[in-house]
Design a protein around this ligand. Sequence first.
Ligand code: ADP
Length: 295
Amino acid sequence: MSANARVSDNARVDAEQVRGASPPVEHAHPHVHAAGREHDHVHVEGAPTGEVSLASQPGGIVIEHLHFTYPDGTEALRGIDLEVAPGEKVAIVGPNGAGKSTLLLHLNGILAGGHGRVAIDGVVVEAASVKRIRAVVGLVFQDPDDQLFSPTIGEDVAFGPIHMGVPREDIHHRVERALAAVGMSGTERRVPHHLSLGQRKRASLATVLSMDPAILVFDEPTAGLDPRGRREIMSVLAQRPETLLVSTHDLAMVAQVMPRMVILDDGRLVADGPSAALLEDADMLEAHGLEKPCR
Ligand code: ADP
């Protein structure tokens, strides 16, 4: 289950949340059933430690003992501990239903209300901080249609900065810079639904880059793309200086672009380490519903 599958009912509201214009939602989006599996193996994350250590450099993420249960009783996260250093590129992988999207949606407060906490740059994600957090954490949904809702690409990319109160004279520059960063210079006047999926994915990324986030969170960046579209988005992601958290089933992309990999299964973090090492462990991958990528 991807984030976008659950947000599409009310894409505009969610896109506005993503871009910092709306308050957090607790227990969003009614939905579905559970998945199941055992856990443990390589580099298992340790038990919670009492003291809280919050990141202090821009782009740092600290997740502590995070539990989340949906209103229907589905336990989606069962105690996640994860620290990500500024500038790190981390892939979140795992079978469908593992909790990847639920975890990503906690990073800027779209989901909240469970136990444990998430801190961004030392600031705990909560109702009082959520506006500030959303200026720092740019979340890109799997489905660009959940992110692009304006008549033109330029308006979509300008939406975030306008809402953040960026001076009018700087907006144009921000839009140009964000589109250039994703290889889409000159597309300001294009209509989103006339573009290819790959272009719309990159435009979605531009809608958050225009806010100058320190952290990029991307749900399934390569899903559904043809080889060229996939290569293009991978090359953009590889060059980004921001902290990058990506949920994906594309382990070949992980091998190329994401030096660190975290495996979730049944709401638990079951492995965390260098992607190159974890991707060699065929048995462990198989135990968690994954498959070693072909070379
Ligand atoms: P993933 O992204 O790894 O596929 P999800 O975070 O989408 O996993 O889902 C984790 C678990 O939570 C699954 O059991 C899924 O069915 C369930 N789930 C997801 N969204 C909802 C929801 N809105 N209501 C109830 N259960 C949900």
